[in-house]
Write a protein that binds this ligand. Structure first.
Ligand code: GTP
Length: 311
């Protein structure tokens, strides 16, 4: 049975002019469509790895100015990854020459670096100075990063003293987290002043004191590197992150070697136990690979339990 609507439907009859119009419409292409389809976009280089880095220091030591110097774009990843209370909000402006600190980079930034012809991404996360005194913020920040850049202002003794106390709390967080590797860099920023004769622009912390502190800060098998920088002139700012990345790659390699060694020891123990219990031990590479997977799984679950305990 035909419905009312079906009965009302009539074939659409188009006039010649309407047909020409619709045909033209369907065949239409933007005049520069060729340009869009043929345009060659330079392929982005593949990223070989990523480093997540914590940026710390007293108020006004130049954290944002340093990130502004190196940044290409802010990262939503960092913004979403942490609770809102963890990050600080936009403020302030740069009064010096060169590039002013961009408030967009106050929470952190993403930066690409080249190490041995490979591209790596550095996710830098800035922890607001007001959260430094609260242990849980620092502990969380350490737990989600694998390196820290500790910045002080060479013109402020207080900012230097803050780092002296801070590194102890970082080490405490690291030992609670049982971290195998964590890279440290101490940075004396604003190493560009004094030329204008203004007393407040002269350094009060010498380069030697910076080196000495860096030597004392080293954590376990990890050394603490040291650099003086100027976010105003850009001196040493870019190389800072390359240095950090190189150090992290070294630490990751060492961690992997240690893991392989520990796995080999686990397997040797399992074999010895099996033999002691009179089982025939299958020494084929296939069996060894299975054991390796098993030990990895066991270590990963231990790691997860530890992470939950830290959180
Ligand atoms: N001369 C000189 N001034 C700098 C340098 N880096 C930063 N400044 C100055 O220090 C001020 C603070 O810089 P910021 O980058 O905002 O410092 P911050 O550590 O992010 O400060 P908070 O966000 O308050 O913790 C800026 O207004 C600059 O004038 C530097 O390398 N040389």
């Amino acid at each position: 049975m035909m419905s009312d609507i079906d009965e009302k439907l009539e074939p659409m009859i188009l006039s010649e002019e309407e047909k020409r119009y619709y045909r033209a419409l369907l065949a239409w292409k933007p005049s520069d469509a060729e340009k869009y389809t043929k345009q060659e976009v330079a392929p982005e280089r593949l990223v070989a790895g990523q480093f997540r880095v914590l940026i710390l220091g007293s108020k006004g030591c130049g954290k944002t100015a340093i990130l502004t110097r190196v940044s290409v774009y802010t990262t939503e990843l960092i913004w979403n990854m942490i609770p809102n209370t963890f990050v600080k909000f936009c403020k302030g402006s740069f009064t010096g020459e060169g590039q002013p600190p961009n408030p967009e980079y106050e929470r952190g930034c993403q930066h690409r670096i080249e190490i041995k012809d490979q591209t790596y991404v550095v996710d830098a996360l800035e922890l607001a100075p007001e959260h430094l005194s609260e242990g849980q913020y620092l502990q969380h920040a350490v737990a989600i990063t694998e390196a820290v850049v500790m910045i002080y202002d060479v013109r402020s003794r207080d900012s230097f003293a803050l780092i002296q106390g801070l590194h102890e709390r970082i080490q405490e967080a690291l030992s609670r987290d049982q971290r195998q590797h964590y890279a440290l860099i101490l940075v004396g920023n604003k190493a560009d002043g004094g030329g204008d004769g203004k007393e407040e622009n002269y350094r009060v912390v010498s380069e030697g004191e910076g080196y000495e502190l860096a030597c004392n800060i080293g954590y376990g098998r990890t050394r603490c590197a040291f650099r003086e920088t100027s976010a105003r002139t850009g001196e040493n700012v870019d190389s800072l992150f390359v240095l950090l990345g190189t150090e992290l790659l070294k630490l990751r390699r060492l961690a992997q070697q240690r893991q392989e060694q520990a796995e080999a020891e686990d397997i040797a123990i399992m074999r010895a136990l099996s033999e002691a219990n009179g089982y025939e031990v299958d020494k084929s590479p296939k069996r060894e690979a299975k054991w390796r997977v098993w030990t990895r799984f066991r270590r990963a679950s231990e790691d997860a339990t530890r992470k939950v305990a830290v959180a």
